[in-house]
Write a protein that binds this ligand. Sequence first.
Ligand SMILES: N[C@@H](CCC(=O)N[C@@H](CS)C(=O)NCC(=O)O)C(=O)O
Length: 219
Amino acid sequence: MSSHRLLGCKGCGNAVVESAFALAGIPFDYEEVDYSDDSPTRSRLLEVNPLGQVPTLVLPDGTVMTESLAMIHYANDVAPRAGLIPPPGDPLRPVFYRWAIFLVAAVYPTFTYGDDPKKWVPDEAGAKALRATTDAHRQKLWGQLEAIAGEPWFLGERRTALDLYIACMTRWRPGRKWFKENTPRIVAIARRTTMLPELAGAMERNFDWLNSLGDPWKD
Ligand SMILES: N[C@@H](CCC(=O)N[C@@H](CS)C(=O)NCC(=O)O)C(=O)O
C-alpha cells in the first residue's frame, strides 16, 4: 500500500512536519534529498517540487503538497485531537494563525534569501550585505516572538504546532548561543518541546539528539 512520502533533508523544515506527523500518528516514508544546485538528488526533488524546497510531501493518492504549514493543516485535519491547531471557536485559533504565518512568511524567508545570497545578488559585496541584513532582520523577528512567548508553550497552556516550529527553527541561525542569551523564553519552549517523548524519533533523526537521555539545550 502506498503511504505518505516526505522528502526532506536532515535538520531542515521537514523536522517540523515529522514532529507533527508523530503527534498525529501519521506514518510516512522518508526520502533524504539535498536541495543544493550541484546535488545528485536535486533533479529528483525538482520532479516533485519545481521550487526545489523541502519539506515536500506526496500523499498516498499522489497529490503533492509543499509548504510546511499546509502540511500541518493536513495533519490537523487527519488528527484534530493531536492538538496541532486550536479548534474552531477557540480564541487561540486566530492567535495561532497570526504566529504560524509569521514563522513561515517572515522568519523562514530570511533563510530563503540569506542562506545562499549569491543566488539573488551576484556581486560579492551585495551578497554579503544581503546575508547580513537578513540575519539581522531574523534576530529582530525572534525578539518579537520572545516578547510575547507564553509558558509552558508559546500560546500558554495550549501546546500547538507553533512549539514544533520553535523547537526546530531554534537549531538554525543565529545559533544556540544567541538564542540562549537573547530569547530565554523561546529556549524554554524549544527545550520542553524537544524533550517530548513522541518527538524522540524526529529529533534524533534530524538533530542527532538522544532525546531521552538529556537536555539538548544544556551546554
Ligand atoms: N515556505 C516553505 C519554506 C521551505 C524552505 O525554505 N526550506 C528550505 C530548507 S529548511 C529549503 O528548501 N531551502 C532551499 C531553497 O529555498 O532553495 C515551508 O514552510 O515549507
